[in-house]
Structure formats: structure tokens, C-alpha cells
Design a protein around this ligand. Structure first.
Ligand code: ZN
Length: 315
């Protein structure tokens, strides 16, 4: 599939490739109507350049942006939030109540991500993460509605990937900006006839039951399309749904069978994703020539081990 910087879905929704990890990995969506605009997620600081270019191309000025909707406070979604808030001075930054304090003071996020990625990768991916001023932040409840021109965007508290996760339902197109709550599909997992989807269980708050219920809630809307942050529009069809529910079951089984042992989970993932490759007919799941699959696999393994350790403590 050809890689383009800005994709126009012809429904007032646009996908701007943030350039994160070389592109095709982290989307920043723009939703616009009647001269007003909203941005969904902000990737990393360097995303401000493709965003400026996209705004010029679409004829949107910085002052037209009313909201920056944050799905959750993992750095690949909010690394650029401080810069974006400066760039779009009229915008309110909308974030889950459990995430707000981490935008105001990103120190903990940076530390958490450094633990996961290591210092070198952290610097390469994110540089200096800037705070968002407290008086720019809106903390919605589940069901709260925001107007963007004539569009209505409804907040959905959707734990499972993280407890600080909001999905945003665009009522006019009946589609959902799902963040990481409904799987991911890098550009390299896309084929002309099918889309490879992978569950995302990044540290440290994966909760399989909560993830299932959040997905059921999103699914119950009968959405026309999903807009996951990783990457680009995807259908909410049976293939996508069954692949993700199957992966939740298989992941949990693997954690239980390995007693949450991280090296064994890593080993187990090789088999698990070889099966996914065959079922989903998507060679990238296991082909080592695929540029990027190593990172989400490792994050998934770590997140799964952490969930299992917590779950066992609860029992
Ligand atoms: Zn995430």
C-alpha cells in the first residue's frame, strides 16, 4: 500500500502520518466541520512538522483548532501534546481524569517510558517532552459531548489497554477514534485484501476483562469505521473483531501456561503470532524483514507479564 502523508477519508476526517518510527505507525487524526477542527492524539514532538504541512494543505489555520482529544497518556500518543497545545492556542486539551496530571507534569511518563525503552531509544523517539498548562485541560466524564463546528464527539471511558483511556465517538459518521482500545494495525500489516490486526497490551495496565467490555461497547455502536492510532481507518468487521477477541484469549492462556515468565512469554509469542500470520494471511507477523514488529511484540510481552503478576496477587 502506498504511503501518503495526509489521507482524506472524504467524511471530514483526515489521517496525518506523524512520521513516528519512520511512518505508517502513529496516526494523528483531524476531524473538521464548518471551519472548526479537532485533533485526535499528538504522537511525538517531531509530528508538529507534518501537522503544519497538513494544516496548510487542508487550509486549516492554527486558531481553528478547538480541541486536542487525547486517547490515553502513553507517550506515542501524547509525546507532542505540549508542543501541539502551544501551536494551537485556542484549543482545549481533552484527557481522561486519570491521565490529566501526567500531561501537566510529564516527569512520571518520561520515567515510565525510559524504563520500558531505555534512555537512548527514549531520547531518539521523544526528545524533551513538554508539559500542557493546567488551565488548558478539560477532563470529561464518560458520555460527555463536544462540538466541533457541526460535529458531535462523544467521550467513551474505555479501560483495558490502560485505565486512563478514552475513545471518542464521532456521532455524525458513527465512527470511533479508538486509540489503543481496539487493537492496532501498522501500515505494514495491511494488504490490499485484508488488514492484519494485533492486540496491544503495553505496560502497565492491561486488563483483559476490561478490554473485552470496552471493545463490546464500541462494537455495539455498529461503527462504520474505526480509527485506531496505529494506523489509519479500519473496518469494524468480523475478521477484525474475531482476530482481536481470539488474541485476548490466547494471550491470557499464554500468561497462565507460562506462569507469567517473561522469557517464556516471548517464546510463546513466536508460536502465537505464527498462527496469527496463517489465520490472518499476513506475513509481517513473523517475517523478520518487517521493520517494526519487534517493538509492539516486546511491549505486549512485558505488559502481559505485568498483568499476570498483578492478577496473581489479587487471587
Ligand atoms: Zn498505548
Amino acid at each position: 500500500m502506498k504511503h501518503v502523508e495526509v489521507t482524506d477519508y472524504k467524511n471530514g476526517i483526515y489521517n496525518v502520518d506523524s512520521g513516528y518510527e519512520g511512518g505508517g505507525v502513529a496516526s494523528i487524526y483531524i476531524a473538521r466541520d464548518s471551519g472548526r477542527a479537532a485533533i485526535i492524539d499528538t504522537a511525538h514532538n517531531a509530528a508538529i512538522e507534518p501537522m503544519r504541512a497538513a494544516m496548510r494543505e487542508l487550509g486549516i489555520s492554527g486558531g481553528d483548532v478547538d480541541y486536542i482529544f487525547i486517547t490515553h497518556v502513553h507517550l506515542d500518543h501524547v509525546g507532542g501534546a505540549g508542543i501541539f497545545a502551544n501551536e494551537f492556542p485556542n484549543s482545549r486539551v481533552v484527557v481522561h481524569k486519570r491521565g490529566a496530571r501526567h500531561l501537566i507534569n510529564p516527569e512520571k511518563l518520561v520515567k515510565g517510558a525510559t524504563d520500558v525503552y531505555g534512555e537512548e531509544t527514549m531520547e531518539r523517539l521523544y526528545g524533551t517532552v513538554l508539559p500542557v498548562p493546567e488551565d488548558r485541560i478539560d477532563i470529561p466524564e464518560d458520555g460527555d459531548e463536544f462540538r466541533v463546528g457541526g460535529r458531535t464527539i462523544i467521550c467513551m471511558d474505555t479501560p483495558g489497554h490502560a485505565r486512563h483511556h478514552m475513545a471518542y465517538h464521532d456521532a455524525d459518521t458513527n465512527s470511533v477514534f479508538t486509540g489503543d482500545s481496539f487493537g492496532m494495525s501498522y501500515l505494514e500489516l495491511r494488504r490490499p485484501d485484508n488488514i492484519g490486526v494485533m492486540l496491544t497490551t503495553s505496560p502497565v495496565q492491561f486488563d483483559p476483562e476490561a478490554m473485552r467490555s470496552s471493545m463490546k461497547r464500541i462494537e455495539a455502536l455498529g461503527p462504520e469505521f474505526l480509527y485506531p492510532t496505529h494506523f489509519g481507518q479500519m473496518p469494524c468487521d468480523d475478521d477484525v473483531k474475531s482476530s482481536l477477541y481470539r488474541q485476548i484469549d490466547r494471550f491470557v492462556e499464554l500468561a497462565e501456561n507460562t506462569d507469567g515468565d517473561l522469557p517464556k512469554i516471548r517464546e510463546g509469542f513466536k508460536k502465537l503470532f505464527a498462527k496469527e500470520r496463517d489465520i490472518q494471511n499476513c506475513p509481517c507477523f513473523t517475517d523478520e524483514s518487517c521493520r517494526l514488529m519487534g517493538i509492539p511484540m516486546e511491549l505486549n510481552a512485558q505488559g502481559l507479564a505485568i498483568w499476570y503478576a498483578k492478577d496473581r496477587n489479587r487471587k
